[in-house]
Design a protein around this ligand. Structure first.
Ligand code: GRF
Length: 204
């Protein structure tokens, strides 16, 4: 399955995908890694594994739509077809219908909280500050609303009172590295069907 991975930062989720592919446990090929930040460590991780990269700076576009158009073009040029998958792995931008229509039902995101609790950019620290006893992460299909689309998989971790967002975040990140490749493998096996908000997993 051809995939594109979108990153903005460290790219540890990208690394987890790469490692799973190289271990023969994820039937996917990363055709391109796209970043909206020129200094994203994720770009270096991609280059270390000879994966093509593209940098598209959103600040150089006059609208979200024109930025998304450029991303669609870069991803298509890389060989990802509309049947491929786009994984948003720590990509800190919302995408518009321009992007979603180009890869209909094929865009997934990893969010570091148990949605619908704690959407947004501070999911881990918001959960820690709230004092929840269980936190976690969510892989979901992307729709036009932030951190909103149908849920594919979630994983949970117990929280220690007062442990803080950074410590909790690093434990959640380890879970993210398991569930994002798992969701991609289900897509590669064509085992997911979506019925409104419900994602069904066909038996293998
Ligand atoms: C992850 O927690 C991801 O869920 C969030 O940003 C973090 C990025 O991690 N959106 P990385 O870039 O994959 O290391």
């Amino acid at each position: 399955m051809p995939i594109a991975v979108l990153v903005s930062g460290g790219g540890s989720n990208l690394q987890a995908i790469i490692d799973r592919i190289e271990a023969g446990m994820l039937d996917a090929e990363i055709k391109v890694v796209v970043s909206n930040k020129a200094d994203a460590l994720g770009l270096t991780r991609a280059k270390n594994h000879h994966i093509p990269t593209r940098v598209l700076l959103h600040t150089e576009f006059d609208s979200r739509e024109s930025f998304d158009e450029a991303m669609v073009q870069a991803i298509r040029e890389s060989g990802v077809t509309p049947q491929g998958v786009v994984a948003m792995a720590g990509f800190m931008r919302m995408v518009t219908p321009v992007f979603l229509n180009a890869f209909k039902g094929r865009v997934v995101n990893i969010h570091p909280a148990l949605l619908p609790s704690f959407p947004g950019v501070r999911g881990q620290s918001d959960a820690a500050d709230y004092g929840v006893k269980i936190a976690g992460c969510t892989v979901h299909f992307v729709d036009e609303k932030m951190d909103h689309g149908a849920v594919i998989i979630q994983a949970a971790v117990p929280c220690q009172p007062g442990e803080g967002g950074d410590r909790l975040g690093s434990r959640i990140l380890r879970l993210e590295h398991r569930v994002l490749p798992q969701a991609l493998q289900w897509l590669a096996e064509d085992r997911l069907t979506v019925d409104g908000r419900f994602v069904h997993l066909k038996p293998s």
